[in-house]
Design a protein around this ligand. Structure first.
Ligand code: BTN
Length: 242
């Protein structure tokens, strides 16, 4: 059984909590369930080589380390579904109704409230360690990006970052310790809260901009988009939201 937070590293400042977790694993001093929490990161990593900016002590910046028993690399996208669902449920506990913008952004309306960077370590075709880096905007009120938003914006008050973390760990414990029975439902549950699902919207692929309607996600984790009468499926980086 994994208990997130039993082993907790609360750092004032670190380059990236994901890097810190990777070092713990390579030093062989990491247990499944370790949580690295930082007040500020000097080189916070986002998806696709981007940086993740966050004002000091305002937001949740953490990495959760999990050693799954038997998880195939073919199922790795289920990890982002699980974390998306945990973040969705966490925000609902605070009365905030978020959606999952494929592949792994958490949006409220048209603004991003959280993101994740999952870095897996492999042994052959199995995932030996999962490092789930999560950035959730909690109390920051001003962002450089117009599309970023925090919980404060919806609640009108500050929430303690530690309170938010403890809710997240509670949800994540439930998910990883019941993985076998729950993972088969992840895709359907994410599809219920999928950003722009069923709506006509503009997208761009290698051929240019087009109007399409998101239908859902395939079993392989691709985005399924209907364009006129054709159903197209897209991998990461093959489609952009306009
Ligand atoms: C994204 O949406 O681009 C992913 C953002 C992930 C940010 C978190 S903050 C904690 C953890 N440590 C990192 O360096 N990145 C992740």
């Amino acid at each position: 059984m994994t208990t997130f937070g039993k082993e907790m590293y609360h750092l004032n400042c670190v380059d990236s909590t994901n890097n810190f977790a990777a070092n713990l694993i390579s030093d062989q001093i990491c247990q499944s369930g370790a949580v690295i929490l930082a007040d500020v990161q000097t080189a916070g990593k986002g998806q696709m080589g981007n940086t993740w900016e966050s004002a000091e002590s305002k937001n949740l910046l953490c990495s959760l380390v999990w050693k799954p028993d038997n998880l195939s690399v073919d199922d790795q996208f289920k990890l982002s579904w699980m974390i998306s669902l945990a973040l969705h449920k966490l925000l609902l506990r605070f009365g905030i109704d978020a959606q999952v913008k494929w592949p792994n952004d958490i949006y409220v309306g048209s603004q991003k409230i959280a993101g994740m960077l999952i870095e897996n370590q492999l042994e052959g075709s199995r995932i030996s360690w999962v490092i789930a880096g999560i950035g959730l905007n909690v109390n920051q009120q001003q962002f450089d990006s117009a599309t970023a938003v925090s919980m404060h914006h919806f609640l009108g008050i500050d929430v303690q970052v530690k309170t938010v973390l403890s809710e997240l760990l509670d949800l994540m414990n439930g998910y990883v310790n019941n993985w076998e029975s729950l993972n088969t439902q992840f895709k359907a549950e994410v599809e219920e809260i999928l950003f722009q699902k069923g709506m006509e919207a503009n997208y761009r692929d290698e051929h240019g901009e087009f109007v399409g309607v998101i239908q859902g996600i395939t079993n392989e984790g691709k985005l399924a988009v209907k364009v006129m009468d054709e159903l197209r499926t897209y991998n990461l980086k093959e489609i952009q939201f306009c």
